[in-house]
Design a protein. Structure first.
Length: 477
């Protein structure tokens, strides 16, 4: 705009200079020049009032010049400041990583730490085609990266979250699992949320058909068999992921089964996981039923396990899982509830394993004496209540209860890192959130948890506790 006005001013100056050079100027010449200046001003006004093209179906998106594609770039900046009154479980509440009392690190209490790792970006596009809308979505954050250090830079690297395309009824790429109901997720400021929930992103191919208020989905999803062994010589994950989800010794376990690793990698995926889902949507909210089938396999190959004398082993089993989830808008029950709502999830099954986020490695147990893979039955669930304190929605609170468990076998099943397996854990979270404007949130939250393991080591208990206070500030754009 400044360029246009400057051009107008320059042209006007030149015209006035020419007028001054005319001795004497005729009335007709002056009138013609005034007419030209007025016409030029009208053109500038027309250009300045012309707005960018808009798409009512995708508000906030802009048109990529020369294409039919509409695009947006958005996300949020998030600060998390945490104080652990009891044992520290990392940047997020990981109820399967709570140290049992008496274990190393269990006495490291009253710890403060802060980060911006949950800062999040996404890009989304929509393009019309003869097959329907073509959507592309990519999102990133900075979680679980280890660049920099808190002494100097507090740097974190970009991490891919989702990257998928949707054409008509088909979704292809990395997205939240079809076995996870993201619409029923409780509004906690902790990254992980409650114990007992499904929380997983992975590559998939999904078909969705909508008929009225009902959605029917079938998906083939990435397979990652998770299991443990009674002798701890067989690793249940080819990336050597410790129980808290961090990479333990990737070089030792993924390159040639080195003796220093004492493990696999023996995990072997042979077929994709299969998920079926039905969901009904209405003014009341929604409900969803899901079913899962997955093959849990291990195969050491001819090299065997070096640390166990070159033992060669191969076994597999089928695992299953079911889930019932939903959200209930309480104003459909009584207007007195305002915008309050209830969300829930109940999931479980023999071999469901990693689909419950805090029960990694609880898919099955491999017994080398019989060369068999035995499924472990796990379950998990939560219920959350969201209450708005005023009609404007500026103040809200969430109360979330979660629980999960695994029915153990008779064997003493030690994990690769030497810690016990989680038999059950419980969580309680309560928060107060303030939204001063539509795109800003400040919140405080208290999350408490208890973890129980299948047996106690000498000098240790079979349980541990966590108690975290968290403050978060979120700016969405």
């Amino acid at each position: 705009m400044r360029t246009k006005l400057s051009l107008l001013a320059a042209m006007t100056g030149v015209a006035l200079w020419q007028m001054a050079a005319i001795q004497p100027a005729s009335a007709d010449a002056v009138s013609d020049l005034q007419t030209q200046v007025t016409a030029l001003q009208n053109k500038v006004n027309a250009l300045s009032s012309k707005s960018a093209p808009e798409n009512k179906d995708y508000p906030g998106y802009w048109n990529l010049p020369g294409t039919d594609t509409w695009m947006t770039f958005a996300g949020h900046v998030k600060l998390d400041a945490m104080y652990d009154h009891k044992a520290d479980t990392g940047p997020q509440m990981d109820y399967s990583a709570i140290p049992v009392e008496g274990a190393p690190g269990s006495d490291r209490v009253n710890k403060f730490h802060a980060n911006d790792k949950q800062t999040y970006f996404y890009m989304d596009t929509h393009t019309p085609t003869k097959y329907g809308d073509l959507e592309a979505h990519i999102s990133w954050d900075f979680y679980l990266s280890a660049q920099g250090n808190p002494n100097i830079s507090n740097s974190y690297a970009f991490r891919l979250r989702n990257a998928y395309g949707v054409l008509g009824n088909w979704t292809f790429g990395q997205d939240w699992s079809t076995f996870q109901d993201t619409g029923a997720g409780p509004n906690t400021i902790d990254f992980n949320g409650p114990a007992g929930q499904t929380f997983i992103r992975q590559p998939l191919l999904r078909y969705t058909r909508t008929i009225g208020d009902n959605q029917y989905m079938v998906a083939l999803e990435d397979s990652s068999p998770d299991f443990t062994s009674t002798t701890a010589f067989y690793n249940g994950n080819q990336w050597n992921i410790d129980q808290d989800g961090q990479l333990g010794d990737p070089a030792g376990c993924t390159v040639g089964r080195a003796p220093s690793c004492n493990l696999g990698p023996s995990q072997k995926a042979t077929l994709p996981d299969v998920v079926l889902r039905w969901q009904n949507n209405g003014d009341y909210g929604h409900v969803s039923f899901m079913a899962l089938a997955r093959k849990i396999s291990m195969d050491t190959g001819t090299a065997g396990v070096v640390a166990n004398g070159g033992t060669v082993a191969s076994a597999s089993t089928w695992g299953y899982g079911f889930a019932f989830t939903g959200e209930l808008n309480l104003n459909t029950v009584s207007k007195g509830f305002g915008n309050d709502n209830i969300v829930w999830q109940l999931a479980g099954g023999p071999g469901i394993g990693r689909y419950l986020q805090d029960l990694l490695f609880n898919g099955a147990v491999y017994d080398p004496t019989t060369n068999t893979m035995d499924k472990l039955t796990s379950w998990g669930g939560f219920v959350g209540y969201e209450h708005f304190w005023d009609a404007s929605g500026e103040w809200e609170s969430n109360l979330v209860l979660g629980a999960e468990g695994t029915r153990m076998k008779d064997e003493a099943q030690l994990l690769a890192d030497g810690t016990q397996m989680t038999t059950h854990s419980e969580s309680l979270s309560i928060n107060l959130l303030f939204h001063p404007v539509s795109n800003v949130t400040f919140g405080i939250e208290n999350s408490m948890g208890r973890r129980n393991v299948n047996f106690a080591l000498p000098g240790q208990a079979d349980h541990g506790y966590a108690d975290r206070f968290q403050f978060s500030g979120i700016y969405s754009f």
